[in-house]
Design a protein around this ligand. Sequence first.
Ligand SMILES: *[C@@H]1O[C@H](CO)[C@@H](O)[C@H](O)[C@H]1NC(C)=O
Ligand SMILES: *[C@@H]1O[C@H](CO)[C@@H](O)[C@H](O)[C@H]1NC(C)=O
Length: 407
Amino acid sequence: MAKMFWFFVAFTYHVFVCLANLQELDDYQKVRQLKNTLMEKYSNQLKPRKSLSDEVIVRVSPYIDLLLDFNENVGTFSVIARFKLMWDDHLIKWNVTENDIYQIHFPVEEVWLPKMVIKNTIEKRSILTFDDSLDQKTTYVSHFYDGYASVVAGGIVEAICHTSMFYFPFDSHVCTIQLYFDSHGVYIGDYTYGDQTKPALQGYTPHDGWDITNVTAVQESYDRATYNMQIKLERKPLFLFVSLVLPVFLVGFVNIFVFCLPIESGERISLAVTLFLTFVVIMTMVAENLPESSEVSIFILILLLKVITSVLTTVMAIVTISLYYRHNDFEKKSLLKWCICAQICRHQGKVKDEQTSQTPTPSTAFDNKEWKEIVQKIDRFCIVVLVLEFLCESVAVLILLRDRKLS
Ligand SMILES: *[C@@H]1O[C@H](CO)[C@@H](O)[C@H](O)[C@H]1NC(C)=O
Ligand SMILES: *[C@@H]1O[C@H](CO)[C@@H](O)[C@H](O)[C@H]1NC(C)=O
């Protein structure tokens, strides 16, 4: 009895498997047959419209997978981008109730495709770039029973991007990929435009130096076949902030203390000159890394301001020292040192006369102590000016940093 039962189970199982196989084979043959019937009266060189004067409206969905490179000096960027193109094919349609087939795929070579090209590219013009013949054979266009067709195409897109370094190193740029349909009577659907940030960045892998913060499709008013995809790139400024902006401000902060150094130490001028040279070196470094365009970055202007401040600090350091030693061992000082300061030079002729005649002049009314007091006042004034300048620059950088994440 048990034997009978197991035989029955095995038999039933076998019948089921055979039936399933038959069903699968049937589907396979059905799709093959459907494809053949559909292809009989089809040409992939003609627009899929019964009347060829009808237009084809193509909907575009962009996807950005990776930012490969953004070169703001040359003004180029490259991304790995895919575009899903969707349109209605009026010839590849069938009655789903007859065969229960909802979707079939055709290799891209066999059916009509809307040819989309990139206007501002520096490499491949078409987005339908299939790497080789095998890739071409194995890339499919999906067709649904109601005529809806879609294909995903794309790859590395290298395009021109005009950059503006005004806010460097807190800069952001809007790069545009200009696409248009190269076939007659093929246009882009209106519902394709607008903010695409979320869907476009679904599979995005973050870049170390730049963030893509916004992707928007903008309609060109004069041409329904053109599609402008604007990608907003924001620099991650943490690296440059730590390695460039912070040091500049710290060195700038030290500049204030030039006038706190006691004159007797004799280090004032060397400190001022060192700071001046530091700023010149940093400025050269930064200028090398920026494009040589007519637009000057705010940061370069701040550096220029720092260099000018350093020059004035050096001059003021010399003036204060000169005034400080005005009547101290005057004869022992070398004439060269005095020559540096114009104000002192003016007195030189007079002083030389004094040396020979030894007669008192009105200027001797000031004795050394009074000169020292004047120097003290000048020092205080310089410190106040430098502190104010430092605060102004800090506020400027904070304004630049406003609503920006550092990394
Ligand atoms: C599809 O096929 C079914 C069954 O053969 C038929 O009843 C129906 O009218 C067809 N539909 C169309 C749109 O031709
Ligand atoms: C992207 O930019 C567009 C236009 O400037 C704006 O309408 C949209 O809100 C922005 N999207 C995001 C996520 O910031």
